[in-house]
Design a protein around this ligand. Structure first.
Ligand code: UDP
Length: 245
């Protein structure tokens, strides 16, 4: 039997597919339960290795999913394969579809105000039955209770947090105890993609597993962040060598 979770450099990834994960989250919503989802790419795993406080936030998540081919390849190399990528953006789209079918409610937190506005308009157009019960841009004072109070009052089924790493996971971990229900998920730059201000790689690039290269070509300023990939690969090889010796 395959393991329920797969450990990569100390982060425990859920061993499931995109549809499997959406199914689990749908059950939580039906039962009015709370869930914290981290969609982790190699950068998140490395950050967790370097920042114990951040690692504690990741460990509090109910599910950590494989956001990126780097994670899937690492799992295979370690002899504990994962079925495929379960990315933040793909899950966001599937959950919006589900919310549209069942007229569920959502709260959007993050991104620049104009990006958030454009993303909200896209959601209203493409998923007209989704109830957007509230939203706030991502540049706010964490000590201010305004956002948690809004979420407490509106009790959304889903809270999508697009503050980028490590802020989104830290914000969810710091605030989730205040709420009775809701699926809380960090989704990085997904509002920018939905708003059309950042383009996701065309399908062919995604199929060839070179989405990271597309991002680098489109946003060359990200090259420094991309160095996380070879660094991550080296650490994974180190874990493999340690395990087999
Ligand atoms: N962001 C935010 N608040 C901040 C910093 C960033 O809302 O204090 C937003 C930013 O505007 C962008 C998203 O967080 O919409 C992060 O995007 P990025 O591409 O860095 O995330 P990734 O998907 O690479 O984690």
């Amino acid at each position: 039997m395959s393991k329920k979770t797969v450990s990569i450099l100390g982060v425990n990834f859920i061993n499931t597919t995109l549809d499997g994960m959406v199914g689990k989250l749908s059950e939580h919503v039906q039962k009015n339960e709370k869930a914290f989802v981290v969609t982790a790419n190699p950068e998140i795993v490395l950050h967790a290795l370097q920042d114990a406080n951040y690692k504690t936030c990741i460990d509090r998540a109910d599910y950590v999913t494989a956001d990126g081919i780097g994670i899937v390849k690492a799992a295979g190399l370690l002899g504990t394969p994962l079925p495929g990528r379960v990315t933040g953006f793909d899950m966001f789209m599937k959950l919006l579809q589900l919310a549209n079918e069942k007229s569920l409610s959502i709260y959007l937190l993050g991104a620049q105000a104009e990006v958030l506005q454009l993303a909200s308009e896209t959601i209203m157009k493409q998923f007209p039955k989704v109830k957007i019960v509230g939203s706030h841009h991502g540049f706010f004072d964490w000590a201010d209770d305004k956002i948690p109070n809004e979420i407490k009052a509106t009790k959304p089924d889903f809270v999508f947090v697009a503050l980028g790493l490590p802020r989104q996971e830290k914000w969810i971990a710091a605030n989730i105890n205040n709420f009775e229900k809701g699926v809380f998920m960090g989704i990085g730059g997904s509002f920018d993609v939905l708003a059309g201000t950042v383009q996701r790689a065309p399908e062919i690039w995604q199929k060839l597993n070179v989405e990271w290269l597309y991002r680098l070509v489109k946003q060359p300023s990200r090259w420094r962040r991309m160095l996380a990939l070879p660094h991550f690969a080296m650490k994974v090889v180190g874990q493999k060598v340690k395990r087999s010796s």
